[in-house]
Design a protein around this ligand. Sequence first.
Ligand SMILES: [Cu+2]
Length: 502
Amino acid sequence: MHSTLNRRQFLSVSALTLTAAGLAGCSTTATKTNSFIGPSSTAVSAAEAKRHRTGTIVQRALTAEPVTLDLGGKTAKTWAYRGASATKPLRGNVGDTLKVDFTNDLPDPTSLHWHGLALRNDMDGVPSLTQEPIEPGGSFDYEFTLPEPGTFWFHPHVGTQLDRGLYAPLIIDDPNEKGDYDQEWVIVLDDWLDGVTATPDEVLAELKKGMMDHGGMDMGPMRMGNTLMGATSPLLGGDAGDVYYPLYLINGTPANDPQTFSAKHGERIRLRIINAGGDTAFRFGVTEHPLTITHTDGFPVEPHEAESVVLGMGERYDAIITAGDGAFAVVAEAVGKQYQALAVLRTGSGSAPAKDVTLPQTKNPATAGDLRAAGEVALPKRGVDRTLTLELTGGMEKYDWAINGKRMNMDQPMRDALGIADGERVALEFKNSTTMWHPMHLHGHTYQLPGGGPRKDTSIVLPGTTLRVEFDADNPGRWLTHCHNVYHGEAGMMTTIAYQEN
Ligand SMILES: [Cu+2]
């Protein structure tokens, strides 16, 4: 039997739970906790009412359920969505209301998080922070205004679930944008192990047992159980990843069964590339096709030519290519891991590219630091009202990844919350004091990188470096910021940024 909470019921349950969580928290912070705006506050509905709305309702049904996949001849039991997938995105126009009737047919609680959207806080899908977990057999109606056009995606915000098949793109169109291209392909990159070598929960348990520091090894990546030792990359400033994956996928298919994209010679193709991986940065490119990068994390940038581009987990890049004559390899190299995902671009005759085809290495791949925000999305110049320093701490030995030395406990997500006030310009300083890179993600906002850099919601922070970004506090609520390495996040590298009550 399905239990359904309508919006009003869930809001009251949610309010009670948050109060209880605040009281149960450390007594010295209980007062502070209660002075933050909650997801059901009038400030949240007031912010929603101010969003541009078309009046169109896009209604979809989505079910999370156990499935069996054929991955290039390997059978994998996993969890996925009925109603959306890498090749079947959710899609709407900016200003439309997206209504998703979501059912949980998984054996575990779950939620839907809409990655990158500055949406209303009570629809952000973070259990015990913005809503109750959706129990097995339960359902939940997500309903919110699509706030910005661009390439987004969604996944659960519970445990390691996103490293199963639980993800799909959410594409938001701007009907007024004159897209100068003939075709559009959504390209979802993923590292895969679920149901092949282990479940993500088993991997996390293994990682939590701890291991030796695997930096400084120079014999290349070495598998030990489900962990990967010695996977390093100069591009990532050291350790590339912790986890051994037997497969790398483009749109759900591995390199031995590649998807073929068909086009006509000379057509301009917009690629919307999404890294949905759990522990892998990808270097993406198309052989013999320079990329013109036009967007990152949904927001336009000044067009930038590149041979390839690096995406951390959670990042998106849009790029235009002009299709050549023949058959070409669409490659996503698992950075530092010596494997790659593959698809084929075909416009004419010619043999399919070999599985071990490599991207040219004549130029450094593009990263966010090479890009500049398009003028219309640059933040207006103003002084910073508040600076929050988030020191990224922890390591492989104890698997104690944290922010400011504090590991998030999702039973008490407000315990160490950092306060901000509505209307402030906030600087976030991600100071990486670990020996590994982290793709840091902020919910509910899109910050700007320094020096006129791009607007983004997920950024690679290299070891030993500090990345300072700025955003305008214009979306009241309680928002996570965390490492999008799902194992680091789950180990505790998360914190909450919360709007104070006026
Ligand atoms: Cu991390």
